[in-house]
Design a protein around this ligand. Structure first.
Ligand SMILES: NC(=O)C1=CN([C@@H]2O[C@H](COP(=O)(O)OP(=O)(O)OC[C@H]3O[C@@H](n4cnc5c(N)ncnc54)[C@H](OP(=O)(O)O)[C@@H]3O)[C@@H](O)[C@H]2O)[C@@H](O)CC1
Ligand SMILES: Nc1ncnc2c1ncn2[C@@H]1O[C@H](COP(=O)(O)OP(=O)(O)O)[C@@H](O)[C@H]1O
Ligand SMILES: [K+]
Length: 489
């Protein structure tokens, strides 16, 4: 059974469509009719009282779906107007046929004249998975006019203007209230800039037979909530791992303190902190459960490394001599390790394979790791996360809306939890702590990355019940325990 959690790229969608059409009772016309009908049902379900609708129909098969919907709406007595770009009438044989059927039934259609007719719902059937460049000229104006209207927009398959494979928005794009996807969920609607455009989402498989999906692995999956076993009644702190958090250069004590507190709330049995001497008192005042160690030279780190099960390396680490020394000593230990913040910058300057590590870059750090730029990372977040995993060998969490988790040989995952309230200083340090905590408790890098990122996002969502703006990392950390409890058998 297909779900919104299994994500496919456009090549897969086109292949799935081909396979479905190879079935004896299905052809491409059948699929388009089913798509238009499913979209009509979706419109009725969301806006049962709508009486006037406008359908924006593009030149390709996405437009074809729109013409089918328009015919159903008209047959049901709604006031319907299809608006198409004057320079782009229906172009594909299927779209031409559906437009013809609508016209034969007496349906109203007009070329875009600069303003859209008034409607209670606008249906966006301009472009779907066939978009291959930023909309411009007339189609860009139609998108802008639809967005400017006060009516909600139902997007068919993809909000027009969205790159359905990468989540990027190359130019102007529809802001949908709801998007109904056809056959299977699109990988590009789950991450990055696309998230602001899709609204709520649903999927209609168009009754494509399940056999079409045989041997077809999704390109990515929405990360499921992790499952944790209940603790044994006779458990003790030695069974839940010992995290060593390393960082906190002069002037950057807060970051390592947040990582340490988050590691404790992530369930680690013990947490030690190696940091500059001046931060130890602050750490112990805030979180006496942590063990603070002043480390002024890398050699002082050795005994702490020996006792650690996993490391959180990088929050507030800096990039000076002290930082370099700790960074090299930590990596030389070979312990499971979260590499974050300044440690990622040091790694970018001295690249090496780190198969046991979890790298947690934000898009800027990802760009440094790849020798690229932030805009390129954001244009294809899946490709960027997978390229970092391939280059450095470990698991990767590419942070930001719809965080992408990748590792060599694994199907990438994308987070559906988290919110923009988490766009505040210290949130990344909290993520390092919780992932390190799971590593210390024995999770493998990809599972620790995925489960840790999910818990962090879920705790962020719990904290955001009181509002997004002003949400602090400390607020999120306060909800980690509840997030873990939700996931515990
Ligand atoms: N796959 C399935 O299983 C099913 C698919 N179905 C539906 O088909 C949709 C895919 O249809 P599609 O392939 O015809 O592509 P579509 O999105 O209509 O756009 C292509 C047209 O747009 C044009 N064009 C592109 N970018 C442009 C731009 N920026 N600015 C201007 N023009 C631009 C491009 O022109 P060209 O690049 O050739 O100039 C071409 O004419 C899919 O999303 C779903 O809704 C369902 O009916 C049934 C099941
Ligand atoms: N708009 C958003 N939606 C979901 N998660 C977000 C959003 N903004 C930030 N986050 C999450 O918050 C954390 C921020 O990390 P980072 O950018 O490293 O912050 P800092 O360096 O300030 O600690 C990441 O886990 C990121 O995925
Ligand atoms: K569309």
């Amino acid at each position: 059974m297909q779900s919104l959690s299994a994500l496919y790229d456009n090549a897969a969608l086109r292949e799935l469509e081909k396979r479905a059409c190879a079935e004896p009772d299905i052809d491409d016309t059948t699929l388009m009719r089913r798509a238009g009908q499913a979209a009509w049902r979706c419109l009725l379900e969301h806006w049962p009282n709508a009486r006037r609708i406008v359908v924006l129909a593009g030149p390709g098969n996405n437009g074809g779906d729109g013409w089918v919907l328009a015919r159903h709406a008209r047959d049901s007595g709604l006031d319907v107007c299809v608006v198409h770009p004057s320079s782009m009438p229906p172009r594909t044989p299927l779209a031409m046929r559906m437009a013809g059927e609508y016209a034969d039934a007496g349906g109203r259609a007009e070329a875009f004249s600069g303003v859209l007719p008034v409607a209670e719902v606008i249906v966006d059937a301009l472009f779907g998975i066939g978009l291959d460049r930023a909309p411009e000229g007339e189609t860009a104006s139609m998108i802008a006019a639809a967005n400017a209207a006060s009516s909600p927009i139902l997007a068919l398959d993809v909000p027009s203007g969205i790159d359905s494979e990468r989540g990027a928005v190359p130019g102007v794009a529809i802001f949908a209230a709801h998007t109904i996807q056809f056959i299977a969920a699109h990988i590009g609607l789950a991450t990055g800039a696309a998230l602001d455009h899709v609204g709520s989402r649903s999927l209609s498989t168009l009754d494509a037979p399940a056999a079409c999906f045989d041997g077809f692995a999704p390109k990515a999956e929405v990360a499921a909530s992790p499952r944790f076993p209940r603790r044994a009644r006779d458990s003790h702190k030695g069974r839940h791992g010992h995290v060593l958090a390393i960082g906190g250069e002069h002037g950057y004590g807060g970051a390592i303190l947040i990582a340490a507190e988050s590691a404790l709330r992530g369930g680690a049995g013990l947490v030690s902190v190696a940091t500059r001497a001046e931060h130890v008192a602050a750490l112990l005042t805030r979180r006496p459960e942590a063990m603070g160690h002043a480390v002024e030279v890398a050699v002082d780190l050795q005994p702490l490394l020996e006792h650690a099960d996993a490391l959180a390396l990088g929050p507030g680490l800096g990039r000076g001599e002290w930082s370099h020394g700790l960074f090299e000593a930590a990596l030389a230990s070979g312990k499971p390790c979260v590499v974050d913040a300044d440690a990622l910058n040091l790694l970018a300057a001295a690249p090496r394979p780190l198969p046991g590590a979890v790298l947690t870059p934000h898009p800027g750090e990802a760009a440094r790791l790849l020798g690229s730029d932030t805009a390129s990372v954001q244009r294809d977040r899946y490709a960027a996360a997978e390229a970092i995993a391939a280059r450095y060998g470990g698991a990767v969490v590419l942070k930001g809306a719809g965080s992408v988790i990748a590792a060599p040989g694994r199907t990438s995952r994308v987070l559906a939890v988290g919110n923009p309230g988490m766009a505040s200083g210290g949130m990344g340090d909290a993520l390092s702590g919780v992932i390190a905590s799971l590593l210390a408790q024995g999770a493998a890098p990809f599972e620790a990355a995925s489960a840790g990122a999910w818990l962090h996002g879920r705790a962020g969502d719990l904290a955001a019940r009181d509002g997004e703006a002003g949400l602090l990392a400390g607020d999120l950390i306060g909800h980690l325990r509840a997030a873990i409890a939700e996931c515990t058998a």
